[in-house]
Design a protein. Structure first.
Length: 398
């Protein structure tokens, strides 16, 4: 999720291509969390992984993954950076200015967790992908036009036909434009914005990236679970997956975000938490990638089913890429001539930039976070994506 701005947040459309676009274009998204640090950079938290202190490159035996991690870290615009890579049983962490347990705001990478929350509820038999949202909203809040045809899966795959941002959000954001543009947009504002929205074509026909849509999905899932979004996410996913550092709470310690070199307060997004409120650490992102690539038996059948469900393509985006539940999937050619799929997502807030992606066939994943917001000339997301792509292309097709 990208911070609200006149040149990105108002521009509708799917997530931009990290292989070709600048970071502010790549990331049509938003989200984040809080951190308590000194002005010099994030604090090293108690209990940090000793393999990932200021610089893990010298703390672990040399690996074929070491240079790729260094390459990504070198592109980080922030004073703190964490990069993690996993490959067929091997994992590497590189953290500078932070520890392996330091929390970074994930921005729109949060959307992949919201999609997984939906898949988990479906695997439990509590919800269905094709459940219409109209049955879970007050009648006055159902969008006009084709709004009564929108399903939960449409929201998760950006095919609902909703705009990128709710009506009225930009005006509401102006007083906090440089700090927390989403802070004044509450859950009540979300329902009011829905009542002012018109869906002009049948859902499912076109991919149109929407913070509004996934934010609404998070609201509907939390309502179904009978708990606030952050609590539902923790109970259903974060705790069972062993993600001890991950949270939506902006009051807990985290790295200090930066925007154009200036410290920013923790990101707050009360009306759309499912679109970008999660914070996580390098340690937890490593665990997340490992579970997406190869969940162990002890993960449980429901969660294993959900982890597989989010990787199934459901729509075709402009340019030929496909959309899963939140994840974009791109088919690429390996060096041996075979094809492989790369799933990825990026994120950004007023003070952080993030990327996560993985290749199921090669069993390779990479995630990278830094405590500085995306910039027009930034290369952090693009470098992370290309590094993952190059690592996956070296593995023979399977």
């Amino acid at each position: 999720m990208s911070p609200v701005s006149s040149d990105t947040a108002s521009r509708p459309g799917p997530e931009r291509d990290p292989d070709t676009e600048s970071e502010t274009d790549t990331d049509a998204e938003t989200g984040a969390e809080t951190g308590i640090t000194t002005d010099a950079g994030p604090e090293t938290e108690p209990g940090a992984d000793t393999k990932a202190t200021a610089d893990t490159s010298g703390a672990q035996p040399e690996s074929a993954l070491s240079l790729p991690l260094e390459t990504v870290a070198a592109a980080a615009p922030g004073p703190a950076v964490a990069v993690v890579a996993v490959r067929a049983g091997e994992s590497r962490l590189l953290c500078r200015g932070a520890s392996a347990t330091t929390r970074f705001e994930l921005g729109s990478v949060t959307k992949t967790f919201t999609a997984l929350l939906l898949a988990e509820a479906v695997a439990r038999g509590e919800l269905g992908h094709d459940d219409p949202i109209a049955g879970r909203l007050p009648a006055a809040a159902v969008p006009e036009g084709y709004g009564d045809r929108i399903t939960l899966a449409h929201l998760a795959s950006h095919t609902a036909g909703l705009p990128i941002l709710p009506p009225g959000l930009l005006l509401n954001a102006l007083p906090r434009f440089y700090t927390n543009p989403y802070e004044g947009f509450t859950p009540d504002h979300l329902l009011h914005a829905l009542s002012r929205t018109r869906v002009r074509r049948p859902p499912g026909q076109r991919v149109r990236y929407s913070n509004f849509g996934v934010g609404l999905l998070g609201r509907l899932l939390s309502d179904a679970a009978g708990a606030p979004y952050g609590e539902a996410l923790a109970t259903r996913l974060l705790t069972p997956m062993g993600l001890a550092d991950s949270t939506c709470d902006p009051e807990l310690p985290q790295a200090t975000g930066h925007w154009h070199g200036r410290p920013r307060p923790p990101w707050r997004i009360p009306g759309l938490p499912g679109a970008g409120a999660l914070r996580s650490s390098a340690r937890d992102l490593r665990r997340y990638l490992e579970l997406l690539l190869s969940p162990p038996p002890e993960t449980g059948e429901i969660l294993r089913t959900a982890l597989h469900d989010v990787t199934r393509p459901r729509a075709t985006a402009p340019g030929g890429d496909r959309m899963c539940l939140a994840w974009k999937v791109r088919t690429l050619t390996a060096r041996d001539g075979g094809e492989f799929d790369l799933l990825f997502h990026s994120g950004g807030t007023r003070g952080f930039t993030s990327f996560a992606g993985f290749c199921p066939a090669a069993r390779i994943g990479l995630a990278a976070v830094t405590n500085s917001s995306p910039t027009p000339r930034g290369t952090f997301i693009r470098t992370a994506y290309r590094t993952l792509r190059d690592l996956a292309s070296e593995i023979p097709a399977r």
